[in-house]
Design a protein around this ligand. Structure first.
Ligand SMILES: Cc1cc2nc3c(=O)[nH]c(=O)nc-3n(C[C@H](O)[C@H](O)[C@H](O)COP(=O)(O)OP(=O)(O)OC[C@H]3O[C@@H](n4cnc5c(N)ncnc54)[C@H](O)[C@@H]3O)c2cc1C
Length: 479
């Protein structure tokens, strides 16, 4: 692997440019390079690993028990990347991609345009918004953020730590905190009790998947060490008098209960990070089962735009194992498309990979059905900041949606929601769900924000730093 540091280290073009060095991106880049292609792998993080293997090559944690073997398996993926012919640019943000396969990226305060013959987006997942009252208070953060602090800095929250929400990651973090010797005080479980009825039909598949044993071990470890409060149907967070926060929650018709906390860690699942694909013009589709939008893609990850493939959790939430396997498929398909092998050879190499994907996929539907967050918690509380960038409240969203606004783009022009630095990452789904609820239709009928470049904030100085050639002049004007 060739580690690049700055824009001047970049070539003007590559055979394949992969965005995201998580399990999917590392696999796609390593596979494509193994077939002799010139591959650039770009990631915002300073080291490879993505979300699950965050800081795998430099974590301060030494006790393997804390994060568990699933995490340490990332070392092999990172080592394969390090041993590959990939050009790797860490600490760089990709803020533009178009149908001409031209990328705009920034690193170290300077920007550059790079073209590719094939683009592979492995931009991963984001935590779903959880717009309850008080989710922006000091002492409140997402479970994923707390886990990133644990992986990258070996830090654990002190004092009374309450986890609230639903989803595998919430239980995983709880078990990691228990293993670190800092068990959370409690878990307020917002998993709708009715979900079991919907999930049971997919239970046989789960029983035959690799997730069963792992899941049971994890749940037993947590339930032995942490108070679990099931069936939470209403949740609000208030500033505490003698603590950072006070959780106020209801379980069905029972009277309100309160719980003091120094840290509140919220989580209700992950959804594909669609921003770059959306701004590049890739078609999105609504998944009712996973209650989120995702880029439309085929069995090789090919999107609706010729030459752009989307893989990993950025294309469909399916977990790290499947993300890596589908990354490999995207790498194989790039090698085939760019003439390094014929379709027959590609399909032969892909067959065992697809078989392994099928094994893991057996358990997916059960997890999606069991941990599907309630409609109630996907809609914003009136007093919650639904759009944190532009400070738009749930009440404002409802009032404007009640005017019969057709979709999120109109909400954006009326309320500025989605116009801030996060470009709708934290409010997109909430705004869509609020409009869908007001119109009494599915989010599929409402659609998502129509995003444009730059999908991440860049400075004028970065744009001004881009090289000037006649073609660049034209390219810059096109951005
Ligand atoms: C906060 C969080 C923590 C998680 N922790 C776990 C866990 O511990 N265990 C588990 O099984 N699953 C975990 N998951 C689920 C996770 O989605 C998958 O397990 C797995 O990491 C998906 O792999 P991926 O390669 O598709 O994406 P990711 O691993 O998410 O990698 C995507 C990479 O793309 C980069 N990227 C995105 N956009 C850009 C851009 N515009 N420019 C440059 N770089 C970009 C990101 O920095 C990231 O490194 C977590 C998810 C989240 C959101």
């Amino acid at each position: 692997m060739t580690r690049l540091e700055q824009v001047s280290d970049l070539q003007p073009s590559y055979d394949v440019v992969v965005v995201g060095a998580g399990p999917a991106g590392m696999a796609a880049a390593t596979e494509a390079a193994a077939h002799g292609l010139e591959v650039l792998l770009v990631d915002e993080a300073v080291s490879p690993g993505g979300q699950i293997f965050r800081a795998i090559t430099q974590t301060p944690l030494r006790n393997r028990e804390v994060l568990g073997e699933d995490y340490w398996r990332g070392r092999a993926a990172a080592d394969s990347l390090l041993a590959s012919g990939v050009h790797y640019l860490p600490g760089a943000t990709v803020w533009h991609l178009d149908a001409g396969l031209q990328f705009g990226l920034s690193v170290g305060g300077r920007a550059a345009a790079v073209t590719a013959r094939r683009a592979v987006l492995a931009t991963g997942a984001l935590e779903r918004p959880f717009p309850v009252k008080g989710w922006t208070l000091p002492g409140v953060m997402s479970a994923g953020a707390a886990q990133t602090l644990l992986k990258a800095s070996g830090m654990v929250p002190q004092g009374r730590v309450v986890l609230a929400g639903t989803g595998p990651l919430l239980w995983l973090l709880a078990s990691q905190l228990v293993a670190a010797g800092h068990p959370p005080t409690a878990i307020l479980d917002t998993t709708p009790t009715g979900n079991w009825r919907h999930a049971v039909r997919a239970f046989p598949g789960f029983l035959r998947s690799p997730y069963l044993a792992k899941g049971l071990r994890l749940l037993m470890r947590v339930r032995r060490a942490v108070r679990v409060v099931p069936g939470v149907t209403e949740l609000a967070i208030e500033p505490g008098a003698s603590c950072a926060a006070e959780l106020v929650f209801h379980r069905g018709m029972r009277p309100a209960e309160r719980m003091a906390a120094d840290h509140v860690l919220l989580h209700q699942g992950v959804t594909p990070n669609v921003n770059l694909a959306n701004a590049a013009g890739c078609a999105l589709e609504w998944s009712e089962l996973q209650a989120c939008f995702r880029p439309r893609s085929d069995a090789w990850g090919r999107s609706s735009i010729e030459g752009i493939a989307i893989t990993g959790d950025g294309s469909r939430i399916a977990g790290a194992e499947i993300a890596a396997l589908r990354g490999q498929l995207a790498g194989l398909d790039a090698a085939c498309e760019l003439g390094r092998m014929d379709a027959e050879a590609r399909d032969k190499l892909a067959a065992p990979i697809r078989a392994r994907i099928a094994t893991y996929d057996r358990g997916r539907e059960f997890l999606d059905r069991l941990y599907r967050p309630s409609d109630h918690f996907r809609l914003p509380h009136d007093e919650a900041l639904a759009c944190r960038c532009e400070e738009v409240t749930g009440r404002q969203l409802r009032e404007v949606a009640a005017l019969g606004v057709p979709g999120p783009n109109q909400m954006k022009s009326m309320l500025r929601c989605g116009m801030g630095p996060c470009q709708g990452r934290l409010c997109g789904l909430t705004v869509v769900e609020a409009v869908a609820a007001a119109r009494g239709v599915s989010p599929a009928d409402v659609g998502y924000y129509r995003l444009r470049s730059p999908v991440k904030p860049i400075t004028v100085a970065e744009i001004a730093s881009m090289p000037r050639k006649a073609s660049d002049e034209k390219a810059v004007l096109r951005v």
